[in-house]
Design a protein around this ligand. Structure first.
Ligand SMILES: N[C@@H](CCC(=O)N[C@@H](CS)C(=O)NCC(=O)O)C(=O)O
Length: 215
């Protein structure tokens, strides 16, 4: 049995963020499906791993973690010598710049992107009605974030540094959902953003996540 266990659900953006990281790092892991429809994530067994009752939870031997972005950082530090260096070594200027763009993803991109993913992609999967007011508000917020990305990506091939890092990877789950919605236009109409999206969506690690999702 693998020492690493990822407890999650393939519909969950936070789960696939961690899975993509494991694939980038060439790590063997056991995927433990959490049946969210049955409310397994709110049951005691799962709450002992994530007290907020949200997926994912992560185990590596006797270490248990939750919060997808903390888990991806842990994987990168613990397995620095394996696979892609998603947090590449360097001076404080390099590390801090990557860190800025990881924060941007978490605090500027993720809030509108997650709401749009929920309203336009996930709700539809469950036959729920879309709240058009929420969509309008968050579409405008996301467009402003993407304007900043367009400028940044004119100077740098990737967001965090000149190579693919966690700062890029963290975006993939929401981008994937949004590319199946009319929000795609906002990515396509910005040439640098569009080239970046095409690049990161075709990483072998992400294609492996998508293949696992289809199974
Ligand atoms: N900040 C957390 C968010 C986790 C999260 O929101 N998980 C969602 C699925 S993507 C969930 O479990 N939702 C069910 C719920 O909140 O009850 C992370 O990055 O791990």
């Amino acid at each position: 049995m693998a020492a690493i266990k990822l407890h999650g659900n393939m519909i969950s953006t936070a789960t696939t963020r961690v899975l993509a990281t494991l694939y980038e790092k060439d790590l063997e892991a056991e995927f433990v499906n959490v049946d969210m429809k049955a409310g397994e994530h709110k049951k005691e067994h799962f709450l002992s791993k994530n007290p907020f009752g949200q997926v994912p939870a992560f185990e590596d031997g006797d270490m248990t973690l939750f919060e997808s972005r903390a888990i991806t950082r842990y994987i990168c530090h613990e397995y620095a010598d394996k696979g892609t260096p998603l947090l590449p070594p360097g001076d404080s200027k390099k590390k801090s710049t990557i860190s800025v763009w990881m924060e941007v993803e978490a605090h500027q991109f993720d809030p509108p992107a997650t709401l749009l993913t929920w309203e336009l992609a996930i709700k539809r999967l469950f036959g729920l009605n879309t709240d058009t007011k929420v969509v309008e508000e968050n579409e405008a917020k996301l467009a402003k974030v993407l304007d900043v990305y367009e400028t940044r990506l004119a100077k740098s091939k990737y967001l965090g540094w000149d190579c693919f890092t966690l700062a890029d990877l963290h975006h993939l789950p929401n981008i994937e959902y949004l590319m199946g919605t009319r929000i795609k236009e906002h990515f396509d109409s910005r040439p640098n953003v569009s080239a970046w999206v095409a690049d990161i969506r075709t990483r072998p690690s992400w294609l492996k996540v998508l293949a696992a999702h289809k199974q």
